[in-house]
Design a protein around this ligand. Sequence first.
Ligand SMILES: *Cc1c(COP(=O)(O)O)cnc(C)c1O
Length: 415
Amino acid sequence: MTYESVAAADPAVAEALEGERRRQNETLAMIASENHASEAVLAAQGCALTNKYAEGYPGERYYAGCEYADEVEELAIERAEELWGAEHVNVQPHSGSQANMSVYLAMLDPGDKILSLDLTHGGHLSHGHPANFAGQTYEVEQYEVDEETGYVDYEGLAETAESFDPDIIVSGYSAYPREVEWERIQAVADDVDAYHLADIAHITGLVAAGVHSSPVGVADFVTGSTHKTIRAGRGGIVMCDEEHADAIDAAVFPGAQGGPAMHNVAGKAVGFGEALSSDFRAYAEQTVKNAQALGERLQEHGFSLVSGGTDNHLLLVDLRPSHPDTTGKTVESALESVGIVLNANTVPGETRSAFDPSGVRIGTPGVTTRGFTESTCREVADLIARVVEDPESEETRATVASRVDELTDEYPLYD
Ligand SMILES: *Cc1c(COP(=O)(O)O)cnc(C)c1O
């Protein structure tokens, strides 16, 4: 029993918490935006700082009693600056979406123009979807990936920028398996005199480890989530040059948020400390190798990958060429039933709905944290292929589920 004090006070909640811990232990987390933070990060997030009001920034708080809050936030900031090489880092955003919101609030006026990647092509809600505050506050135009190649259509982006004349161009994506060419997008931003926000939410860890090129020092603003490839617990960050530091800090607090979630800032500090180790670099490299091994094996099984492969931690499978009658949701639920948890995803040139799209997105950050290597990932590809070939077969499901059980036992996660 991990949550003894919760169980004593509240058995119903404790049971759900134990259940979630067991679920993570016993299944393969292959949702590309997920990972497993260390026990140290989890413990830091459960600390007494959750009680503390620390509006403001280290050394200039609006409340008394902030000496330990200051220490923790300073450690998080120093480590982030070292990890990503940024001049200024704000570690207070509650999430990646709020990090983006803060950049918009700092640099744009309502009605200003955002140019971002279409959501069904791999963009993110916070880049200006009509259902998001950004889409409701700013004028939004979208660029796309080339449907033939699956790569960002950089020429199309330049043309759209020319005609739309955006105030900010957003790069960095949620379902894009290829290296992003930051300099190329920066050149477009320079041409049309727009700011450039590089949202590295998914690839924070890969960029920190030097496994993916960095937009820091290229783009004006870099935002990220801290719970994805970086494993530092749930939250967000914003990075920029000194020039924009005050504007960003004021946009995070009081612009977009009140008191910082200092327990999560503590989690970030611990997770960033872990990421400064050489172990983390090896982890990030392995994450990419695992995605590539998984992708190659899926191709051997006849699956079609958007862009033909991956440079990062994720794969986007387009089911239409190989399995025209099978939808992403069918695959998602069949695989969930055997303990392989991933998500249905739209693909470029989507012909179905966002609720039941034609693709699935598969990520390796979580299984790499467990210790999976290329050979284990090739086997996972074999298991996925077996289930997708025959999603209704009870027998197949039972065989695959028992192999997933063995793998999760062999590569344990939490005690
Ligand atoms: C995950 C993600 C975010 C932020 O997500 P939160 O859930 O708000 O932390 C922002 N941008 C992109 C591209 C993402 O993939």
